[in-house]
Design a protein around this ligand. Sequence first.
Ligand code: ATP
Ligand code: MG
Length: 254
Amino acid sequence: MNEIKLGKKISEGKTVDVYESGDLAVKVFKPDAPKTVVFYEAFMDSKVEETGLNVPKIKEVELIDGKWAIATELIKGKTLAQIMQEEPENCDGYLDDMVELQLSIHAKKVTGISKLKDKLREEIESLDVIDHIKRYDLLTRLDSTPKHVKLCHGNFGPENIVVTDDNKVYIVDWIGASAGNASADVAKTYLKLALTSTETAEKYLNLFCKKTNTAKTYVQEWLPIMAASTLAKGVTSKEEKDLLFTWLDVVDYS
Ligand SMILES: Nc1ncnc2c1ncn2[C@@H]1O[C@H](COP(=O)(O)OP(=O)(O)OP(=O)(O)O)[C@@H](O)[C@H]1O
Ligand SMILES: [Mg+2]
């Protein structure tokens, strides 16, 4: 195995920094990252690779200066978030592409991975910033949702989509993926988009509902659950926390 030498930093995140290294993108975990998290991410990457979806192929998992790192194919391009920022006038078209891409994920079934409902139950049970009544409300709501086993990305948004110059589209960041209900996945994306613009989030949701003939209320029912899940994962900005708290309130949309 050749020793990996890190080049330019592509991205700096909460739990990882991503570097270029020749034709590889190297995701370097922070020193305190548990080994299980690193290997779980590598496992999820390989599981998704097997579906045939356009994802960067995983090449190596190794220690670099005492830190765990996952090396994948380097996708030379820009994130859809960058592109949308550069071309706000084309945002509607890009939202449409985003929904189509997410539908191609939901069309896949992957066995042997976590079930979304199990993960959500654990997250709600662990969330200590809500009282027991709210927790009971959320768990009851979760229990009443239908059992689906579609592949869900879990953190689908423009920053996790990389587009090459010749318009090939790749989806990255699969650690939160699971088998579950597409509407839950869509509610999560809605919350991510709403952090920047409620108008964009609404447009996205309307597009998804139109394309899939889904009632909007069906997705909205998931919003408090997905807000709780996001809070349980740990949110750093006060702005995001405040917004998620407003979505936590169990609202009857029907
Ligand atoms: N294979 C790749 N090729 C090119 N760029 C990549 C590749 N993998 C990741 N990136 C870039 O690095 C960014 C961060 O990677 P990723 O989304 O996997 O981690 P993250 O969101 O920073 O994780 P966390 O928030 O947990 O720290 C992506 O948004 C993308 O711009
Ligand atoms: Mg990401």
